[in-house]
Design a binder for this molecule. Structure first.
Ligand SMILES: [Zn+2]
Ligand SMILES: [Zn+2]
Length: 333
């Protein structure tokens, strides 16, 4: 996808009563990101867009369209720590003095904690070796940091949000912890008119990737992100929701149908993996090249996360055998 195709953005609309959708351009393949302004007890921004001059202008103009100014923002709630959502946080906080709220697991990413970043890199070097990723491709791990440093300024988080608590000074809105796409992922639910602001947890036209992330520290093991993601989807399917306001693209009005499709798709993909393994044992990297022959080179973290997530599902069901050879893990049926 040509990234320059996605610079067009800037529309603003009242997506639900008192909730304004502001479309912000990003330089990424995903296209524009949706930021929401909630006119509640406190003027609240949900997410902030990436750190680019175009995004900053679109955010300012969008807020003005609603009759407010950037300086009036009183608090920002972050759905998750990815740079297309958190990049402008520090600028917004500096201009407005807003309090920034996020899940505690977003903190080391958003504050760009150096020790955590080193731990993050070590985790991925080890993981990618186990996956059988060729040595010359390991530099992809450093690229992640370049992206973070380019498109996000470090920002202090003022307060933590946890599952089922009420959002401070937004008494209609409840926090739902919806991990999977990212360990820090939160959604916001307004029960009275059944609206969910879902960040990247539920997106209409693309199935969200359950990105592999390191554990919070060395004393924990790698979270099973696809399993988490499926659990968080099922939690949302059990809720009465009429309107899902997503972090990208248009709203979703049939969330149960979409969730059923996504869950079903996972099983189809595990079957595809098993068919590849009928030909003999393979590493996670080799399976990734077979599952995503067109894009694995360009999108290795994303595609490897997909493969590992589905391997995790098969491992839980005792469908795979593993064998270590030269530092890599080989899977077989
Ligand atoms: Zn994301
Ligand atoms: Zn996103």
């Amino acid at each position: 996808m040509n990234t320059s195709d996605h610079q067009q953005a800037g529309s603003v609309q009242e997506a639900a009563p008192g909730v304004y959708l502001i479309e912000i351009p990003t330089p990424f393949a995903v296209g524009p990101v949706n930021v929401y302004l909630i006119a509640g007890e406190a003027l609240t921004l949900v997410d902030a867009g990436p750190l680019t001059p175009e995004a900053w202008e679109a955010l300012k103009r969008g807020i003005e369209w609603t009759g407010h100014r950037m300086e009036e923002i009183e608090q920002v709630v972050l759905t998750h720590h990815h740079v297309d959502h958190c990049g402008l946080l520090a600028k917004v906080r500096a201009v407005s003095g807003a309090q920034v709220y996020a899940h505690p697991l977003a903190v080391p990413y958003v504050e760009q904690d150096e020790a955590f970043m080193q731990f993050h890199d070590r985790f991925f070097y080890e993981l990618y070796r186990e996956c059988g990723v060729p040595e010359e491709k390991l530099m992809i791990i450093r690229k992640y940091h370049q992206k973070v440093l380019t498109f996000a300024e470090p920002c202090r988080i003022d307060g933590h949000l946890k599952h089922e608590q009420t959002v401070p000074r937004l008494s209609d809105w409840q926090v739902l912890y919806t991990p999977g796409h990212s360990q820090s992922h939160l959604s916001l639910y307004r029960a009275k008119d059944r609206v969910l602001i879902a960040g990247d947890h539920i997106i209409k036209r693309i199935s969200s990737n359950a990105f592999i992330e390191p554990p919070r520290d060395q004393s924990h093991t790698r979270p099973l992100t696809l399993v988490q993601y499926r659990t968080a989807l099922e939690m949302c399917a059990a809720k009465e929701i009429d309107l899902v306001l997503a972090g990208h693209g248009e709203p979703v009005t049939n969330h149960r149908e979409l969730i059923t499709q996504r869950l079903q798709r996972n099983w189809e993909r595990t079957n595809t993996l098993r068919s590849f393994l009928r030909e003999g044992e393979k590493t996670a990297y080799e399976l990734t090249t077979l599952l995503f022959p067109q894009i694995f080179e360009k999108e290795l973290p994303l595609t490897l996360s997909e493969t590992l997530g589905h391997i995790d599902l098969l491992m839980i069901l005792h469908q795979l055998e593993t064998r270590r050879r030269d530092g890599a893990i080989y899977y077989s049926l």
